[in-house]
Ligand binder design. Sequence first.
Ligand SMILES: Cc1cc2nc3c(=O)[nH]c(=O)nc-3n(C[C@H](O)[C@H](O)[C@H](O)COP(=O)(O)OP(=O)(O)OC[C@H]3O[C@@H](n4cnc5c(N)ncnc54)[C@H](O)[C@@H]3O)c2cc1C
Length: 395
Amino acid sequence: MKTSTPPPFDPNDPAGIDDLLSADEKAVRESVRQLCAQRVDPYVADWFERGTIDDIRGLTKELGSLGVLGMHLEGYGCAGMSATEYGLACLELEASDSGLRSLVSVQGSLAMFAIWRWGSEEQKTQWLPPMAAGEAIGCFGLTEPDVGSDPGSMRTRARRDGDDWVLDGRKMWITNGSIADVAVVWAQTDEGIRGFVVPTTTPGFSAPEIKHKQSLRASVTSELVLDAVRLPADAVLPEVRGLKGPLSCLNEARFGIVWGALGAARSSLQAALSYAGERTQFGRPISGFQLTQAKLVDMSLEYTKGSLLALHLARRKDAGTLRPEQVCLGKLNNVRESLEICRTARTILGANGISLEYPVIRHMNNLESVLTYEGTVEMHTLVLGQAITGQSAFR
Ligand SMILES: Cc1cc2nc3c(=O)[nH]c(=O)nc-3n(C[C@H](O)[C@H](O)[C@H](O)COP(=O)(O)OP(=O)(O)OC[C@H]3O[C@@H](n4cnc5c(N)ncnc54)[C@H](O)[C@@H]3O)c2cc1C
């Protein structure tokens, strides 16, 4: 038994999970944290309030220079980092704002991953280097106005016309849509669902922005309108047919969310802890009341458990043993618990909790979207229900 003195207790890492990270992993986390501190944190509440990110192209290039766009992919200008490093980056980005993490997730895990995993050599060479550098922005069109959780029922259609493909349909709730240079669009064909790489300058393509959101306001969300969009034969992703294509991409992005949601939780927890130490009622700081302490302790517990789960899943991903059901488990738990942490933080801040002067209500509202996109809580419950019981309850 060792008798050395343990290091001091860190309220921001109560279980000492940092011990499980390598120096390289901590360095990646630090570099993303610094970019966020300088380039995002001072402005993001204002962006959220105005529903826009100033100089989003410049910011995307800075993210590219840092190497976080498609950072877990190999080759074609991508950084080829580990799943753990990718996860840590997502956590830092989302500690600033879920909109920022969404930009990076959609770029790297949805649009770039689709091309990297299922594209032709020409598609990879054309799109991946500029996307990794942040010079080209991508979006991923799966959801439609009438089709969300059941993407197999999509109505967007691609038909052959000679050698060409012609796409007609609508996509809805598409992150980065109006600012994208390239859209990965999924459509029904005579050969089943297929993916298409669509330059957004193609005639017939338009992407009006969706307004009036009260969540993910520092993120561009759009409709994609595909009106007889004519594409050459080589616009199709050649290596995949069927739902496996989009689902494989969602699996990647969900992994980032397992980590990212914890960033929103961490920021809210830190805000609540600091506020509770300063706010005085009945003659003492509210952090001295047992009810407030119970809240802070429960928040810390869930944050710690979620962090351990995220790290465990990342190690499995790096080892090549991570199953999609396990990603669902992480997404379901960590988003649900992070949202609960934000809601509880909101109560600790009292009336101030509803103000954008503090990050809490912004994170809380953002996580309402994160709870729904990339598979709703209910869908992940059904996936796990099926995995555990062997019975499908989807229909
Ligand atoms: C801000 C934001 C950004 C997004 N970005 C993108 C993007 O970039 N690309 C993209 O393709 N999509 C994107 N989405 C869409 C998102 O993935 C969908 O909203 C999500 O898949 C749910 O689909 P839906 O909204 O149509 O809800 P629905 O599928 O209509 O579900 C409504 C409710 O019914 C429940 N439900 C449905 N079926 C069942 C069932 N069998 N059993 C039990 N309950 C069920 C759902 O869980 C949910 O609670 C985004 C969404 C938001 C809010």
